[in-house]
Design a protein around this ligand. Structure first.
Ligand code: NDP
Length: 449
């Protein structure tokens, strides 16, 4: 798709001018604005009220110093970010990422996408994202704790249960959320639902750990069903081996699929008998080791160095669950060549624009991240509900709500695509459905003169 609407093309040109060094952010904005062209044409009041210009500019961007002391007594300094992008429909909500690649562009792209994803869940949550260029790999427990405490010492003044509720993302799991929560409570002297993904003993929700991966498979099941297909007996490739990937494997397997390949940033494993998610859990969650050690558990499996080759493993369904831009044109072509007919994004923006073009041109069923991986943030919002009520729901209750939310997201995206003349295009449908709710709230709330 490209720009045919002059007004949105101008809006995008202005975003480019203001954010020249932010390629990931520009990539995300462009994709969204392109698919909103029919909306701009049908709803002229949105242009009149500057909704598009406003939605591409974060409400607030916080960048801060995170000093901490390593185990040798040396002072280390990282950069912390929190982008509070849009609060039109609820408190800012979005994860914290700890990875050396983190910069303003990546946090802004994620925060921008989060606006529409959160809106799609049907729950009252705005869009935000944060993180740091701190690399948790190879750090001791004590170093991780000191970093998290220093990070929260600054972040705490900007967040709150009715203002901004961060969660985990790459490099931030239950351990880090625990340290962050402890420091927030210490400084603010309040026990509130200010973070989600918490431990079960202090306000966490059952099924939050599984939610993104499970939700991805519920969405995919619905997308397949609309095309008369199922997971039953199908070969599935899942990239990554972190939180999203592990539970995508578990649910895809429960639904009758066979996960034949998984990866980490070093390489990928192939197990024709189906990869047991519990082995990956041990390697990644307990030992924090590399995926190639899967061969110690299952010697008949195969390990290949280099992660991008995973897309050459023949499959019916591909679930990219690692990181942004991990699936490029060559990967997409390899998937199509091997007969893959469905791709659903567990990671945020894992497919490059060129890969997406290949899928769309080949008629591959395609579930975009902001719809397909919304189960994590949806369950985070359910955790916020439980915290406000001071209640804990059962695993089954949360899982059933998650399932219904994912089914609704699929149908809302599919219906919006149809209504705007792009039937079957879930990328456009998800952008349109997510955008409209936020845009209407922005219209109602007026502009501060
Ligand atoms: P984790 O940190 O738990 O896992 C990330 C995994 O991806 C690790 O196995 C990592 O391997 C691997 N990885 C990183 N880069 C590459 C690469 N280039 N090729 C192959 N594997 C790679 O993160 P999550 O599972 O939480 O997040 C994964 C993605 O899902 C991210 O895009 C995140 O934004 C998105 N997401 C996560 C949600 C959640 O609830 N956790 C919710 C919605 C989206 P290694 O150990 O080698 O780094």
């Amino acid at each position: 798709m490209s720009f045919t609407n002059e007004y949105l093309q101008r809006v995008y040109a202005d975003v480019v001018k203001k954010n020249l060094n932010e390629p990931e952010f520009l990539q995300a904005v462009r994709k969204v604005l392109e698919s909103l062209q029919p909306v701009a044409e049908r709803r002229p009041e949105l242009e009149k009220n500057g909704v598009f210009e406003r939605i591409v500019e974060p409400e607030r961007t916080i960048i801060f110093r995170v000093p901490w002391v390593d185990d040798s007594g040396k002072i280390q300094v990282n950069r912390g970010f929190r982008v509070q992008f849009n609060s039109a429909i609820g408190p800012y909500k979005g994860g914290l990422r700890l990875h050396p690649s983190v910069n303003l562009s990546i946090i802004k792209f994620l925060g921008f996408e989060q606006i529409f994803k959160n809106s799609l869940t049907g729950l009252p949550i705005g869009g935000g994202k944060g993180g740091s260029d701190f690399d948790p790999k190879g750090k001791s427990e004590a170093e991780i704790m000191r970093f998290c405490q220093s990070f929260m010492t600054e972040l705490q003044r900007h967040i709150g249960p009715d203002t901004d509720v961060p969660a985990g993302d790459i490099g931030v799991g239950g351990r880090e959320i625990g340290y962050l929560y402890g420091q927030y409570k210490r400084i603010r002297n309040e026990f509130t639902g200010v973070l989600t993904g918490k431990g079960l003993s202090f306000g966490g929700s059952l099924a939050r750990t599984e939610a993104t991966g499970f939700g991805l498979c519920y969405f995919t099941k619905e997308m397949l069903a609309a095309a008369g297909k199922t997971f039953e007996g199908k070969r599935v490739v899942v990239s990554g081996s972190g939180n999203v990937a592990i539970y995508a494997n578990q649910k895809a397997t429960q639904l009758g699929g066979k996960v034949v390949a998984m990866s980490d940033s070093n390489g990928y494993i192939v197990d024709e008998n189906g990869i047991d998610f519990q082995v990956i859990q041990v390697i990644k969650e307990q030992k924090r080791d590399r995926i190639k050690t899967y061969l110690n558990f299952v010697p008949t499996a195969r390990y290949v160095e280099g992660s991008t080759g995973i897309w050459t493993v023949p499959c019916d369904i591909a679930l990219p669950c690692a990181t942004q831009n991990e699936l490029d044109k060559a990967g997409a072509e390899a998937l199509v060549k091997s007969g893959c007919y469905a791709v659903a994004e567990g990671a945020n923006m894992p497919s490059t624009p060129e890969a997406l073009e290949v899928f769309q041109a080949s008629g591959v069923l395609f579930g975009p991240a902001k719809a397909a991986n919304a189960g994590g943030v949806a369950t985070s919002a359910l955790e916020m509900c439980q915290n406000s009520q001071r209640l804990s729901w059962t695993f089954e209750e949360v899982d059933a709500k998650l399932h219904d939310i994912m089914v609704n997201i699929y149908h809302n995206a599919a219906n919006a695509a149809k209504e705007y003349g792009m039937a079957g295009n879930l990328v456009a449908g998800a952008n349109i459905a997510g955008f409209l709710k936020v845009a209407d709230a922005m219209l109602w709330q007026g502009i501060a003169y």
